[in-house]
Design a binder for this molecule. Structure first.
Ligand code: NAD
Length: 285
C-alpha cells in the first residue's frame, strides 16, 4: 500500500532504532529524523545504515540510486525538539520503563497534537507509557524484530486507550516498510517475548547448572529442534541487558517465579558482558 509522504521521527539509534530508521526510509519511502542522546551512537548508526543499504543494493534488492535516495531521506538530528513536527515518532531507547515514560512525557509536550507516539518496547506496558502523556489514544506499541531490515514481523500492541485509527495508521506504516503485522494484547512481553524469553532464560539456567557447555546447549537447539540460532547466541544477539530487562518485566508483571531471571545472566550484565554489541556476552565477538 502506498502511503502519503510523512516525516517519521526515531528516538534511539542503537541496534533497533537504526534498523527502524532504515526501513522507514526504504522501503517505506518516508522522510526520517533520527535522534540519539549519544552523538557517537548516531554517527555509528548512519554509517551502519549506509553499509546495510549498500549490501542490499549489491544483492539486487534495490538500485544504487534508490539506496542513495533512501540515505538522502534520512537526517540525524541533535535534539528531541527537532522531531516536533513528525507525523509518527517511534521510540527505541533502552528497555527501562522510567526512561521511556520520561521520553513519552517530553514528546507529548513538544510534538504536534496529531502526532502518533509509538514504542518499540519488547515488553513494557503500552497503557502505562500512554498514561505518561495527555494523548493516550495516539500511543501504540510497534515492536520490530532484530535485525529490522531482514525480519518480517511487527507486533502491534494497542494500549487500553489506543484509538483504532492509531493502530490502523501504524499498521499501514509497518506494511509499507515490508512487514507483516500481528496484533497482541498489552500484557507483559506481548506474544513474542512471553514465548521466547522463558526459552532463553532456561538456556542460561542449563549453562549455570553445568548441564552443558554454551556450545552444547546451542547445538542441541539448532540441530535437535531446527532453530536457526541457538538460544544463548540469540540472547547475545538481542543484548543480555535487554534480555534481563524483559525478564524483569515478565517476573514483576506476571508475578510468577517461572520468569525469575537466571543469576548468571544478571552477573554477565553486571560485568558489562552485554553480548554482540559490547564485544562479549556468552561468546566473544
Ligand atoms: P541499544 O542499546 O542498541 O540502543 C539504545 C540506544 O538508545 C542507544 O544508542 C542509546 O545511546 C540511546 N539512548 C539512551 N537513552 C536515550 C535518550 N534519553 N534519548 C535518546 N536516545 C537514548 O538497544 P536496542 O537493542 O536497540 O533496544 C532498544 C529498544 O528496542 C528496547 O526497548 C528493546 O527492548 C527493544 N527491542 C530490542 C530488540 C533486540 O533484539 N535488541 C528487539 C526488539 C525490540
Amino acid at each position: 500500500m502506498k502511503l502519503n509522504a510523512m516525516t517519521i521521527g526515531v528516538i534511539g539509534a542503537g541496534q533497533m532504532g537504526s534498523g527502524i530508521a532504515q526501513v522507514m526510509a526504504w522501503p517505506a519511502m518516508q522522510q526520517v529524523l533520527l535522534f540519539d542522546a549519544n552523538a557517537a551512537a548516531l554517527q555509528c548508526a548512519m554509517a551502519g545504515i549506509q553499509t546495510s543499504l549498500s549490501k542490499l543494493a549489491s544483492k539486487g534488492q534495490l538500485t544504487e540510486a534508490e539506496a542513495n535516495a533512501a540515505l538522502a531521506r534520512l537526517k540525524p538530528v541533535q535534539t528531541l525538539e527537532a522531531l516536533a513536527h513528525a507525523e509518527v515518532i517511534i521510540e527505541a531507547v533502552p528497555e527501562i520503563e522510567a526512561l521511556k515514560c520520561k521520553i513519552f512525557s517530553e514528546l507529548d509536550a513538544l510534538a504536534d497534537p496529531e502526532t502518533i507516539l509509538a514504542s518499540n518496547t519488547s515488553s513494557i506496558s503500552i497503557t502505562r507509557l500512554a498514561a505518561a502523556t495527555n494523548r493516550p489514544e495516539q500511543v501504540v506499541g510497534m515492536h520490530f524484530m532484530n535485525p529490522v531490515p531482514l525480519m518480517k514481523l511487527v507486533e502491534l500492541i494497542p494500549g487500553l486507550q489506543t484509538a483504532p485509527q492509531t493502530s490502523q495508521r501504524v499498521s499501514a506504516l509497518a506494511e509499507a516498510a515490508g512487514k507483516t503485522v500481528v496484533a497482541a494484547r498489552d500484557m507483559p512481553g506481548f506474544i513474542a517475548n512471553r514465548v521466547l524469553m522463558p526459552l532463553l532464560n532456561e538456556a542460561f539456567y542449563a549453562l549455570y547448572e553445568g548441564i552443558g557447555s554454551a556450545e552444547a546447549i546451542d547445538t542441541v537447539m539448532k540441530l535437535g529442534m531446527n532453530h536457526p540460532m541457538g538460544p544463548l547466541q540469540l540472547a547475545d544477539f538481542i543484548g543480555l541487558d535487554t534480555v534481563l530487562e524483559i525478564l524483569n518485566v515478565l517476573h514483576t508483571g506476571l508475578g510468577d517465579p517461572k520468569y525469575r531471571p537466571c543469576p548468571l545472566l544478571a552477573q554477565y550484565v553486571a560485568a558489562g558482558w552485554l553480548g554482540k554489541k559490547s564485544g562479549r556476552g556468552v561468546y566473544m565477538y
